[in-house]
Design a protein around this ligand. Structure first.
Ligand code: Q0N
Length: 275
């Protein structure tokens, strides 16, 4: 990438500037679990997730404009429209899990939504809820109330981001559910383009930005297995690793089975495998 300026790294992706209007988003084969990037790559993961995002961007373009301009021939890189990103994570939850479950258990609320009493872990919510979070540069994103998010981005932008996030989640969750995958929750990142329009950026509706559960193993009151990372987690739990870096290497069978799960999710959702 001699002509591209490196702008930043996520845990598993890299971002480069191509020119004033365009960025290059590169998805690696790196995997993170328990918030730690593992030393072992998962073959094809980057191309699978890039393909999945591209699929959702195409399928949801009538709900919301998105930043995707072109998929590069390597399958893992996408040229994207450069946006002014909103400084909030737009999280939608259809099920009670992770920090949503934690917040509900201690306060009965998630991001200012008062929820019915007596909900159990992983239970489907009566309606999907918008639970914005701060973008932590290090450490964990923190859930904020809808009022706090509206203060940060402005009431009008907030309302638009909430409406679009819920609409995107409803569409994708219903689509995935018919294909055996529960999207328990998901995170969107929006930005504003030159014309002032709100545009969906980042990756969208992948297992790295969402909780994917196999529908046939879903059970209320338990924490369902992760669609993609369960073999990795199960293996790491057999070790006495304390979940701080450096992480242990994965054995070949865990790598192969995990790679297959990502491809299986792509085929289930899109009907197509990667080349
Ligand atoms: C942007 N991030 C956060 C890749 C993911 N279209 C855009 N325009 C301007 N900025 C961004 C995008 C996008 N997408 C998004 N940072 C800048 C997530 N990054 C972190 C690094 O790896």
């Amino acid at each position: 990438m001699p002509d591209a300026v490196h702008l930043g790294s996520g845990k598993v992706r890299e971002l480069y500037a191509l020119d004033d209007e365009r960025l290059l988003l590169v998805a690696s084969d790196r995997i993170s679990t328990f918030d730690v990037v593992l030393p072992t790559a998962i073959p094809d993961k980057g191309r699978v997730l890039t393909g999945m995002s591209a699929f959702w961007f195409a399928r949801t373009a009538d709900i919301c404009a998105n930043h995707l301009l072109a998929l590069r021939p390597d399958g893992r890189s996408t040229e994207c429209r450069r946006l002014e990103m909103l400084p909030i994570e737009c999280v939608v939850r259809g099920y009670l899990s992770g920090s949503g479950w934690k917040d509900y258990r201690s306060t009965g609320e998630v991001s200012g939504h008062r929820l019915p009493a007596g909900l159990r872990e992983s239970e489907q919510l009566p309606e999907p809820i918008f639970t914005p979070a701060t973008k932590a540069t290090s450490g964990h994103d923190e859930n904020i109330t809808r009022a706090q998010a509206a203060e940060v981005v402005g009431a009008e932008r907030f309302a638009e981001a909430e409406r679009l996030s819920i609409a995107l989640y409803r569409f994708a969750a219903a689509y995935a559910r018919e294909r055996g995958i529960i999207i328990a929750d998901t995170k969107f990142e929006f930005g504003v383009d030159r014309t002032g329009r709100l545009v969906l950026g980042d990756e969208a509706l992948t297992p790295d930005s969402s909780r994917f559960w196999p529908a046939d193993q879903y059970q209320v009151g338990t924490s369902p297995p992760s669609y993609d990372k369960q073999f990795v987690r199960d293996y790491l739990e057999t070790l006495d690793w304390d979940k701080t870096p450096p992480a242990p290497k994965l054995p070949a069978d865990v790598i192969a089975r995990t790679s297959a799960k990502y491809r299986e999710a792509l085929v289930k959702l899109t009907g197509k495998n990667i080349a």
